[in-house]
Ligand binder design. Structure first.
Ligand SMILES: Cc1cc2nc3c(=O)[nH]c(=O)nc-3n(C[C@H](O)[C@H](O)[C@H](O)COP(=O)(O)O)c2cc1C
Length: 313
């Protein structure tokens, strides 16, 4: 399925642990134009000669995000992926300690030659479009986003996503919208902005100040996948989002759970819902009691009972 940047696009960001099939399908149902898997190791894909999950038609278009630091492994990975995803995304931004220590993710922002070789290998061997996701640089002394943008353009990358914080900043401070704007002004390929979009005020600010081609929503969509519908209604129909009732949220949680149950085991569904439910119900009076009770849940029926009795907790 093709992605076309003919209007402002709204993507569900790659979110390790959260990005399950249920979350992606719900986000699509609410209007996300593209969703991502959390990042997957290229070494793991090559070792297993496959990916550890199935892509459902309803999830498309979907990007599989990979990380790795060896061009020949990236070559093998994209060959194994073939046309399974609609887009293959390369991660050059992850700031987590273990990823940096293994020379992957954001660490690669220190090595432009390696980045170029990895991109080349992916684009040359991939049957689907390749996109790239970066931060603005490793730290404030190494803001090389424009050079990487040029490499992406030269090597045939489809679009570039920028999370305009440095790797060293992790999630502290603010995103620098001038960086997204500068990339957009200097490159011909589409630029997608990722970072700090939680409501329509943030959305409008990012679109107005950067003129980017699309935005990616991460933390703002966790426990809140209807953000895509709210944003689309606002952008294209001028409608102001309304708050969801608790009953409606519980209906959406059940929908999330049922998508997972249809395709995965009860154990996996429970594990994922234990991650998502506290986010969906954040801010309600019963939440700390619910969090305690969730720990002990062992079956879907117990999970449903907890949800239906949430108001009484
Ligand atoms: C829980 C969590 C998991 C994430 N996992 C990934 C990941 O696997 N790959 C990636 O490129 N970014 C990952 N990110 C970063 C997001 O995709 C996004 O760029 C960042 O959170 C900024 O956007 P936001 O302010 O909309 O959350 C993750 C972020 C969070 C909070």
């Amino acid at each position: 399925m093709r992605i076309e940047f003919n209007k402002k696009l709204l993507f569900l960001a790659p979110l390790s642990n959260f990005s399950d099939t249920g979350f992606r399908i719900l986000s699509r149902r609410f209007g996300a134009d593209l969703t991502y898997t959390g990042m997957i190791s290229s070494y793991e894909i090559v070792n297993k000669n496959s990916i550890p999950f199935e892509i459902l038609d309803e999830e498309r278009p979907i990007a599989i995000q990979i990380f790795g630091n060896e061009p020949h492994i990236i070559e093998k990975t994209v060959k194994i992926l073939g046309t399974i995803p609609d887009i293959i995304d390369l991660n050059f931004g992850c700031p987590s300690k273990s990823i940096l220590e293994s020379g992957n993710g954001g660490f690669l922002l220190l090595d432009l030659k390696k980045i170029k070789d990895l991109i080349k290998s992916a684009v040359y061997n991939s049957k689907v479009h390749v996109s790239v996701k970066i931060r603005s640089g490793y730290n404030k002394h190494n803001l090389n986003y424009l050079e990487i943008g040029k490499i992406c353009e030269e090597e045939g990358v489809f679009f570039l996503t920028i999370h305009p914080r440095t790797v060293e900043m992790k999630y502290s401070g603010k995103v620098d919208l001038n960086i997204t704007k500068e990339l957009n002004r200097n490159l011909k390929i589409p630029i997608v902005h990722s970072g700090d979009i939680f409501n329509i005020v943030d959305l409008e600010k990012v679109l107005n100040e950067t003129n980017c081609d699309g935005v990616m929503i991460g933390r703002g969509a966790i426990g809140n996948p209807w953000i895509f519908l709210d944003f689309k209604n606002y952008l294209f129909e001028g409608k102001i989002p309304q708050k969801k009732s608790l009953e409606k949220k519980i209906e959406i949680i059940i929908e999330h759970m049922e998508i997972l149950l249809e395709h995965y085991t009860e154990n996996y569904t429970i594990k994922q819902m234990k991650i998502h439910i506290p986010k969906y119900l954040k801010g309600y009076p019963g939440i700390s009691r619910l969090n305690k009770l969730l720990n002990g849940v062992k079956s879907i029926n117990e999970l449903k009972n907890l949800l239906f009795n949430f108001r009484k907790l």
